[in-house]
Design a protein around this ligand. Structure first.
Ligand code: AQP
Length: 330
């Protein structure tokens, strides 16, 4: 029997190149060797306010982009999180074995809640859902009892908490669920904003120039790369002191499937103008290819999503029942 893998992407916005390089690319590789469950995390998207119409759009776009990027429904079970009610049910159980102290240490909670407070200057309006987000994520994972979870580096802390909670649950309730390991790509586990290369490229960034969206007009994407913030040295080499240049080298290496050192060598006697033109061209061609496939999938996701939810519901409800029995609920 194949080992299981599970992962998802939150439907908070349009997918970025960071989501592809940091997460989807690994899912595509793993689907050949694992029994893989990949979902669109629509319940997670509710943790900060989102217009319902926008959520519906985001869900469809992400699902079709999973397919367009290369997730094959014959190999990977694809579904919407809210189509599998066990996620919400197990979430409650997980909150009862997760401590407030553990949740308040999560960097993502600190960053996102600070942003909310900055906007409205009130701490009491931080949604409880944002605080317990990792508990739902732990539930999402345990339901499929995977060996590993492919994610970018920003999700490592949540995965570590997941391992800790699974261990606690196993000990306290005499269960035997896997403590899942993160699978983090060597290249591109944290693609940076094009406007501020100290920060992560993020789908909810308000500045559209900071991110390459997978559904960006390819010409617009090309221009965003030409305007990407670098530095004034005009010498191309790998250095943490040059985050803008390193980010462009990383994008190039990942999309060309070469190492960063090979990318550095390729650009060694070239200028920033050359770097931006070549990276822009690679990104543009990548988007053209993805978007062609996207058009053929966007009208046809319902059947695939229903079949995926059916399969996910089966395994999720079996594992939920094991946990409910162990906790004395059944
Ligand atoms: N910039 C990035 N570089 C590499 N990996 C990234 N991921 C996200 N941004 C980058 C990875 O993509 C997956 C998406 O996870 P998510 O949507 O559930 O949460 P996230 O990490 O918070 O992603 P975003 O795009 O930054 O969303 P918002 O703006 O809603 O917070 C994860 O595996 C993540 O590591």
């Amino acid at each position: 029997m194949l080992e299981k893998i599970v992962s998802g992407i939150t439907a908070t916005g349009k997918l970025t190149l960071g989501n592809y390089i940091g997460s989807i690319k690994n899912m595509i590789k793993l689907q050949n060797d694992y029994e893989q469950y990949i979902f669109v995390a629509d319940l997670h998207a509710l943790t900060t306010y989102i217009d319902p119409k926008e959520l519906i759009e985001n869900k469809k776009n992400i699902f079709a982009l999973y397919l367009a990027c290369g997730l094959d429904p014959q190999k990977t079970t694809l579904f919407f999180q809210s189509d599998v009610p066990a996620h919400s049910e197990l979430n409650w159980i997980i909150t009862t074995i997760t401590n407030m102290g553990e949740l308040s240490k999560m960097t993502q909670f600190k960053d996102k809640s600070q942003n909310i407070v900055k906007q409205d200057n009130k701490t009491e309006i931080i949604p409880t859902g944002l605080f317990v987000y990792p508990a739902l994520m732990i539930a999402d994972i345990i339901l499929y009892n995977p060996k590993a979870v492919p994610v970018g580096i920003d999700q490592k802390q949540h995965l570590e908490l997941c391992q800790k909670i699974v261990k606690r649950m196993n000990t306290k309730y005499h269960l035997n669920f896997n403590e899942p390991k993160p699978i983090i790509p060597k290249i591109g586990n944290k693609i940076k904003s094009l406007v501020n290369p100290e920060q992560k490229m993020s789908k909810s960034d308000k500045n559209a120039n900071a991110s390459i969206y997978l559904l960006d007009d390819p010409e617009v994407a090309y221009k965003k790369i030409q305007r990407a913030v670098t530095d004034s040295e005009n010498k191309i080499y790998i250095s943490e002191e040059k985050p803008g240049v390193l980010n462009l080298l990383t994008i190039f290496a990942s999309l060309k499937d070469i190492s960063i050192e090979e990318a550095e060598k390729h650009f060694s006697n070239k200028t920033y103008k050359d770097l931006k033109e070549e990276v822009g061209e690679v990104v543009k061609q990548f988007l053209i290819e993805i978007q062609k496939k996207y058009q053929s999938y966007i009208q046809n996701i319902d059947e695939i999503a229903q079949a995926g939810a059916k399969k996910a519901n089966k395994i999720a409800s079996e594992n939920l029942l094991i946990i409910q029995k162990a906790f004395g609920l059944k």
